[in-house]
Design a protein around this ligand. Structure first.
Ligand SMILES: [Zn+2]
Length: 144
């Protein structure tokens, strides 16, 4: 990597200051230039540490997002399966021209005598068919 003009200028300034001081030898001049180099190395080490730390934080954040996505997929699959199980129970049967819910209409064990006839779709199926309600948290509410 080529030296930046800024660093080259800093070397030149340090050398210039050292050369204009009386009673200084070559070792003193080298020390003046190397002090600039040491400052630059320290700055670069801090930068590398910062980049590594930031990368690690991003990696951890990505890992968490990926886990939450996986959890959401599992929950969605469970919800779909539960929905299917409920729908399998709440099926319509015909009585004349009308349809009634087999699960909600209380029946004798024979399935022939029914004490209550609940029209189909029943409240359970109607609730499943409702569009998902947006919660206050998702809607950014909380004004209350
Ligand atoms: Zn039902």
């Amino acid at each position: 990597m080529p030296e930046t003009p800024d660093l080259r200028q800093r070397y030149a300034d340090a050398l210039s200051r050292s050369l204009t001081s009386p009673q200084r030898g070559m070792a003193d001049h080298l020390d003046a230039v190397m002090a600039v180099r040491d400052d630059e190395l320290a700055r670069l080490r801090r930068e590398v540490a910062y980049v590594a730390e930031t990368g690690e934080r991003w990696r951890q954040l990505w890992e968490r997002v990926d886990q939450e996505r996986s959890d959401a997929v599992v929950r969605a699959e469970q919800d779909t399966a539960a929905n299917a199980r409920v729908r399998a129970k709440h099926v319509p049967f015909q009585r004349g021209d009308d349809a009634f819910c087999d699960e909600c209409s209380v029946s004798h064990e024979s399935g022939v005598r029914r004490y209550v006839l609940v029209p189909f779709p029943c409240d359970t199926i109607a609730a499943l068919d409702q569009p998902a309600a947006v919660s206050e948290e998702q809607a950014g509410g909380g004004n209350g």
